[in-house]
Design a binder for this molecule. Structure first.
Ligand SMILES: [Zn+2]
Length: 140
């Protein structure tokens, strides 16, 4: 059975060991981000980059960096993944800040986009309407 599934100790023409598994897992995770981004874009009918895209990018690139550092030991390959985590983490931080900046409508519970003055669903004034700036505008 082993010789049928793994002829010459190989599977799919690959001699498997732990770093090959890490490298191929990195490839699979990195590739899956395209599927996630494409799906999100088709669903919204506009270009969307969900935070899952950045998580998959980060995970996939770190796995590939580990593979490059500890197995491949090739400077070109290492350099290709050495700094990609920086924009991925920055985009995740921006995604998180934007999500937390949304304003919850006290009446209907809809999470309205940042800096909304009124709820998109029920029209209830949100906190931005009653902030210091609007008071100053009326006083002047
Ligand atoms: Zn509302």
């Amino acid at each position: 059975m082993d010789s049928l599934l793994f002829p010459g100790g190989e599977f799919l023409g690959i001699k498997w060991h732990i770093w090959k598994a890490v490298g191929w897992l990195g490839n699979a995770v990195f590739f899956s981000r395209f599927v996630v981004q494409w799906y999100a874009t088709e669903k919204r009918k506009q270009v969307v980059v969900p935070s899952a895209f950045w998580w998959l990018s980060l995970t996939g690139s770190l796995l590939l960096l580990a593979y490059a550092l500890f197995y491949q030991k090739d400077s070109v390959f290492i350099f290709a993944y050495a700094f990609t985590w920086i924009p991925y983490i920055r985009n995740l931080v921006i995604h998180r800040r934007h999500k937390h900046a949304h304003i919850l409508c006290p009446d209907c519970g809809l999470n309205c986009p940042p800096q909304s003055n009124y709820c998109l669903n029920c029209g209830t004034p949100l906190k931005a309407v009653n902030d210091g700036r609007s008071e100053t505008a009326h006083a002047g």
